[in-house]
Design a protein around this ligand. Sequence first.
Ligand code: NAI
Ligand code: MG
Length: 372
Amino acid sequence: MAKYRIALMPGDGIGKDVMDAAQIVLEKIALDAEYIPADIGWEFWCKEGDALPQRTVETLKTCNCALFAAITSKPKEEAEAELVPELQGKGLVYRSPIVRLRQMFDLYVNLRPCKAFKGNPLNFRDDLDLVVFRENTQGLYAGVEFHPLPEEVRGVLEAHSPRMSAFEGVPSDEIALSCRIFTREGCRRIVRAAFEYAKKFGYPTVTLVEKPNVIRETSGMMVREARKIAEEYPGIELWETNVDAMAMWLVKNPQDYGVLVSSNMFGDIVSDLCAQLVGGLGFAAAGNIGDEFAVFEPTHGSAPKYAGLYKVNPTAMLLAIKLMLDWLGETETAQSLEQAIAAVIEEGRVRTYDMGGDASTLDMARAVADRL
Ligand code: NAI
Ligand code: MG
């Protein structure tokens, strides 16, 4: 029996292109692993009414971890309209399968390293090494939302918050509510993961990105817990910034930052900003990591306009493999892979369109595999 069982979920659009690229590199690495293909994505929503079929969930339960490429998501009404006729009008609701995976397997860490590769023409600067820890299961993406606002919920809000007077007289079907839910433990475990990473890899600071002066209760809880946890790491300084100011600082002085930690939505936004500083979505990978299971992915979506053209940059997908290798404890292989990617980018002979080249997705993966 192989040492690892790893699920491969290509998903939609360019997800398939970059997963093909991944397989070239996985073959070269020759990890002692069994790779199990698993269904996910829009196709399964339309045909079966579930973008994350139960059989996929069962497969994942037998695996150490998974590589996921990308899926297509669409708003509620459009999603309903694309269901096969037999499934329409049954009250099926589309929810992003990757968000569901994060919640179902309690993958509370979203780890997004954004490291500049030397010579990448898309870099903002060559000396950037940012690592974003984004809380992955709670906050504004917890999925607790209402429209119209139910009368019972409205009654409770009015009884408990004087600020609800601002909405007096607005009909309930004219109000939409999305709840930002934090738990103390949710705050603690993401901040702790960030500090542990800073300690392990020698980063001198951890920057907390929130907005406690305005969102007093949720951001406030995160700040209070972070201050307590920081005391356990005497060599590492806790910096506190507001998310809006952080967007400015990241453009002004990105080289001053290392490990960043934030809640679900702010972390999502800040990590896209960090990704662009090191070349954009073609270079940004993420680990969705829990205590028992993890899913590694490029952070880009299915980019429908490039689907099947084998044109997009596979680097983000290959960096997702690197994160997976780190997590599995295959540290040396992880390092070799990163070095091979860095060498191909610096050398500059094989580059996809986003870097100004004309190499295909698979050409670039083959160049990396040849370097390994
Ligand atoms: P996207 O990430 O799919 O693409 C946006 C643009 O970024 C592309 O048009 C392309 O110019 C560039 N890009 C993306 N990946 C690239 C790569 N590997 N190499 C070079 N350039 C690349 O985001 P978009 O267009 O907002 O969303 C398309 C679909 O993907 C939507 O249905 C959306 O819901 C879904 N999505 C899925 C995600 C996931 O699977 N985790 C994440 C983000 C979006
Ligand atoms: Mg995002």
